[in-house]
Design a protein around this ligand. Structure first.
Ligand code: FES
Length: 346
C-alpha cells in the first residue's frame, strides 16, 4: 500500500515536475543543470504512468518497440550515474525514506519538497545545496516511479567518481567547455579538424573522435576499441545504438550535457520525429536531446547515452502531427511497421 507521502507525490503529472524543475534550475549548480534535465527526459513520468495503466504492459512495450532498460526499478541506484550529485545518492535516499516515514508527510509544493530533501542532506554532509538539489529531485521522482518498497530495498551505493568526475564541480564545467587544440596552425584547418565526444565523463576511455561537421553516430561507429555489442545488444555499430540512420527509429537519441551550441541546427524532420518518438523537450533552439544520426558537431561535446529507446509519443502525449517516414534504410521491416503504427496511433 502506498504511503500518504507517495500518494501526495502521485498527484503531480509530468508537466508539474518539468515546470518545477525549470523553476529550480537557478538553484542547481551548472555541473548538474543539464544533467538533471536530461535525466527527467530519459525517465518520463507520463510513459511510466501509461505503462502502469494498460491492461497488458508487455504488449504496449512491444507496440512501442521499446528496447533496453527503460524502467527505473531496474536501475534505482545508478540511472543517475552521470550527475555530479550521484555521489550523494545514499544520503539522498536516506533523507527521502525518513521523509516518507514521517507522520506529517503531505506534499503540497513539489519545489519545496525537493528543497527540503536537499536541506536534510546538507545537514549531514555540509555539501553545497546547489549540488544536492538536482539529485534530490531525481530521488523523489525515482520514489514516485518505483514505490517505497523497491526504493528502500537497494543498497544505495553510488559509483566512485573517476576520471573527469573526480574533479571539482567548477573544474568539470570548465573542462567540458574546452575544445580540442588543433595544433599550432589549427586556425588554418578547415575540413580536417577533429573533436572529442565524451560519452561517459567517469571513464578514462569514455570518448571518441569526430571529424568536423560529421554526424555524432558516424564517429561513434568508427570507434571499435571495445566490444560494444557485448555491453548492450542495441550497440551493433558503436557505443551509440543506431538502426535507421535517417531519423526514423529513435534508437540513437542522446542527452547533450555540454556543447549543444556546437551542433548543427535541428532540422524540422528531427524536431517532428522526436515528438513522434515521445522524447519530450519542446521546441528549444538548442535542445537537451538530439538524434546522434542527425546532429553534426563543430566542436568538442559531452553527451549521455540513454539505456533504452522506443516510439511512444502519439499514445502517451497525443496530438502528434503525422509525417511521412522515408523508405526503410534497414532490413528491420517489423521495426518500421511498428513505428508507423505508433505514429498513426493504431
Ligand atoms: S538511427 Fe534511427 S533515428 Fe537515428
Amino acid at each position: 500500500m502506498m504511503t500518504t507521502f507517495e500518494n501526495s507525490l502521485n498527484k503531480f503529472d509530468e508537466k508539474d515536475w518539468l515546470k518545477t524543475l525549470e523553476s529550480l534550475l537557478p538553484e542547481i549548480h551548472e555541473v548538474d543543470r543539464r544533467a538533471t534535465q536530461i535525466w527527467f527526459r530519459f525517465y518520463p513520468l507520463a510513459l511510466h504512468k501509461y505503462l502502469q495503466s494498460v491492461e497488458d504492459k508487455a504488449v504496449a512495450v512491444q507496440q512501442f518497440v521499446m528496447q533496453g532498460k527503460f524502467e527505473l526499478k531496474d536501475q534505482i541506484d545508478n540511472s543517475h550515474h552521470f550527475l555530479y550529485g550521484h555521489r550523494f545518492w545514499k544520503e539522498v535516499k536516506e533523507a527521502i525514506i525518513t521523509r516518507t516515514n514521517s507522520s506529517n508527510s503531505e506534499t503540497a509544493n513539489l519545489a519545496d519538497e525537493i528543497r527540503q530533501i536537499a536541506k536534510d542532506v546538507f545537514g549531514k554532509t555540509k555539501t553545497d545545496m546547489n549540488l544536492l538539489t538536482g539529485i534530490a529531485a531525481v530521488g523523489l521522482m525515482t520514489l514516485t516511479q518505483v514505490g517505497l518498497d523497491a526504493f528502500r530495498n537497494t543498497g544505495g551505493e553510488a559509483q566512485t567518481p573517476e576520471s573527469l568526475m573526480k574533479k571539482s564541480p567548477d573544474i568539470i564545467v570548465a573542462e567540458r567547455a574546452k575544445d580540442d587544440s588543433q595544433g599550432l596552425f589549427g586556425f588554418l584547418k578547415t575540413v580536417d579538424k577533429s573533436w572529442t565526444v565524451t560519452w561517459d565523463e567517469s571513464k578514462q576511455n569514455g570518448r571518441f573522435k569526430l571529424t568536423n561537421d560529421e554526424e555524432i553516430a558516424s564517429g561513434a561507429a568508427r570507434d571499435q576499441s571495445q566490444n560494444w555489442l557485448a555491453q548492450d545488444p542495441r550497440c551493433g555499430e558503436g557505443v551509440i545504438p543506431v538502426e535507421c540512420r535517417s531519423a526514423a527509429c529513435g534508437t540513437c537519441w542522446v542527452g547533450i550535457l555540454c556543447g549543444a551550441e556546437k551542433l548543427s541546427e535541428v532540422e524540422p524532420r528531427e524536431r517532428k520525429q522526436m515528438k513522434i518518438f515521445g522524447y519530450n523537450q519542446g521546441d528549444d533552439a538548442k535542445p537537451i536531446l538530439r538524434l546522434a544520426c542527425q546532429a553534426r558537431s563543430f566542436g568538442a561535446i559531452s553527451l549521455v547515452i540513454p539505456p533504452w529507446n522506443g516510439v511512444f509519443g502519439k499514445k502517451v502525449y497525443g496530438g502528434i502531427e503525422h509525417i511521412e517516414l522515408e523508405p526503410a534504410t534497414t532490413s528491420a521491416v517489423k521495426l518500421r511497421q511498428a513505428i508507423t503504427d505508433a505514429a498513426e496511433n493504431k
